[in-house]
Design a protein around this ligand. Structure first.
Ligand SMILES: [Zn+2]
Length: 100
């Protein structure tokens, strides 16, 4: 039987498990880059968590549930927001300006 570790990854490991000391989450990564990204995102999530109070966490969580269920909605909402902000800085709101 040949045990050949070269399964597409240059580093030679199939997967690695990151276990978070703070929340106990276990995250599995299949490449070294993926591992760094997974751990980085998890660390960022903790940093964000630490900045928010419990009410803000609830608010953000409910927003994220909406956005993550419909990412296009989030994109469109931001586009609307940018358009509204541009209108504000130009000082000309787009509401009923051009009727007689
Ligand atoms: Zn954690």
């Amino acid at each position: 039987m040949t045990t050949d570790p070269t399964t597409g990854t240059a580093s030679g490991w199939d997967q690695a498990v990151f276990r978070c000391g703070r929340c106990g989450a276990e995250l599995t990564a299949t490449t070294e880059d993926n591992y760094r990204r997974v751990v980085g995102v998890h660390t960022d999530a903790h940093a964000l968590w630490d900045r928010l109070n419990p009410i803000e966490r609830e608010g953000l969580a409910s927003i994220l549930r909406v956005i993550l269920a419909a990412p296009d909605l989030g994109t469109e909402f931001l586009a609307l927001m940018d358009r509204a902000n541009q209108a504000d800085t130009r000082g000309t709101p787009h509401t009923q300006e051009t009727h007689r």
